[in-house]
Design a protein around this ligand. Structure first.
Ligand code: AMP
Ligand code: GLY
Length: 426
């Protein structure tokens, strides 16, 4: 089957690595990909915002399946473009419709969806310039801290947690009146703060049935001990020790089932991944957010644990036969450590040669590329997040030791990574 995978991060290298193991894959194209994906297939230089050129490529290369890594093309309607363009409509497409992608693309849409389907989440109100004054009054009497969320996509920066009312009102003004996040913050969701520990749950759905993939916990802060600025993710662990059978049963009954049934009842076309950010408040799960894609770096631990053939799963998603599939998961622990460029997550440099990538590594470790490219025959850094080193072991401690051992022999100018991934589970 001719496959086109869209994206260029660590998530996409993990997807490409997994797709490439399938007997069905032949050939795999990745657009635009990175130096790592070029070891799993053929990188092609397509602009993910140019739907026409993606469609033209699919026709030229007789692509039979498209798999979308990042959210942006989905939120902009790439799935709908395929479903309504002659010659593309029969291509298997993994990723939700524009309406389905609103679960991630609009916080207000997601909140209304959860309310409609009785899915546990923080209490909220939404405001725009129309009811701005009412919003200010609402904030003045809100309990602290206050969570403000830009409605639209804001590159992971649209959520601000305010510790006092003055700060909350100032931030509210910046978002709505000063367009801090552009159109994304024309509407703002004001939400009750939930205190607890987070877990990312991943579901693959055909719009009617679902399978649950391994859960994961990611580490968002740049510094050890979860200090410093937020990043895209500095590492991940799967399974998550507190997400035991009892807790996951609550998640399935109260969150996953009503989410999938809700999509079906609302007639929302959704064939793809649902990433549910969950917070455990005194052993009760609440939804913090939905994403319409896999997480990064969570994918670098969940796909290595998944024993099923990914193409087989995807074909049954497209034929709406996911109920015939059974998920098989490696019981060992997988962790990943992300290396970044000096300066990340603010201004960083790139273009430095990466040394040590061809060293022999243990069988139960994997090197995934994120921001890398090939320049003059050498692999060089090409982004804020550069590599994700995944290892398997019986315990979190041993798995982290293995990835750190691999990292002892990898170097580039300005390399930095957290040494404490999984610290609370050691
Ligand atoms: P989001 O972009 O919705 O994932 O939010 C980013 C981060 O903000 C989440 O991963 C949480 O750590 C935090 N967060 C979001 N909503 C809440 C909430 N209602 N209570 C506490 N923390 C939250
Ligand atoms: N690691 C969080 C995300 O992919 O959104």
């Amino acid at each position: 089957m001719n496959i086109l995978l869209l994206g260029s991060g660590g998530r996409e290298h993990a997807l490409a690595w997994k797709l490439n193991q399938s007997v069905w894959t032949n050939p795999l194209f990745i657009a635009p990909g990175n130096a790592g994906t070029s070891q799993c297939g053929i990188n092609v230089n397509l602009d993910l915002n140019n739907f026409e050129s993606i469609g033209k490529f699919c026709i030229e290369k007789k692509i039979e399946m498209v798999v979308v890594g990042p959210e942006e093309p989905l939120v902009k309607g790439l799935c709908d473009f395929f479903k309504t363009t002659p010659g593309l409509e029969k291509i298997y497409f993994i990723g939700p419709s524009k309406e389905g992608a609103q679960l991630e693309g609009s916080k207000a849409f997601a909140k209304a969806f959860m309310q409609r389907h009785n899915i546990p989440t923080a209490a909220y109100r939404e405001f725009t310039s129309e009811n701005y004054e009412e919003g200010v009054k609402y904030l003045q009497s809100h309990s602290l801290p206050i969570v403000l969320k830009a409605d639209g996509l804001a590159a992971g920066k649209g959520v601000v947690i305010c510790q006092n009312h003055v700060e909350a009102i100032a931030e509210f003004e910046l978002m709505i009146q000063q367009a801090k996040f552009g159109d994304a913050s024309k509407k703002v969701v004001v939400e009750e703060f939930l205190k607890g520990i987070e877990v990312s749950v991943f579901v693959l759905t055909d719009g009617k049935h679902y399978v649950i993939l391994p859960e994961a916990k990611d580490y968002k802060r740049i510094g050890e001990g979860d200090k410093g600025l937020n990043t895209g993710g500095m590492g991940a662990v799967s399974p998550v020790p507190f997400a035991d059978f009892r807790f996951m049963q609550k998640v399935e009954d109260r969150i996953i089932k009503p989410t999938i049934n809700g999509l079906y009842e609302d007639n929302i076309d959704y064939k793809g991944f649902v990433f549910i950010g969950i917070i455990n408040v005194d052993d009760e799960p609440f939804v913090i957010e939905y994403n319409c894609r896999l997480g990064d770096p969570e994918t670098e631990v969940i796909l290595p644990r998944l024993e099923n053939d990914l193409i087989g799963l995807f074909v049954s998603v497209c034929n709406q036969e996911l109920d015939t599939m059974k998920i098989s998961i490696d019981p060992r622990t997988a962790i990943t450590i992300v290396t970044v460029s000096r300066g990340y997550p603010t201004v960083y440099e790139k273009g430095y040669p990466i040394y040590g990538l061809t060293n022999k590594i243990p069988d139960d470790s994997l090197i995934f590329h994120a921001g890398t490219s090939v320049s003059e025959g050498k692999v060089v850094t090409n982004g804020g997040r550069v590599l994700a080193i995944t290892s398997f072991a019986e315990t979190v401690y041993e798995a982290v030791e293995k990835s750190r051992d691999v990292l002892e022999h990898i170097d580039y100018d300005g390399i930095y990574y957290r040494r404490d991934i999984g610290y609370e589970f050691l």
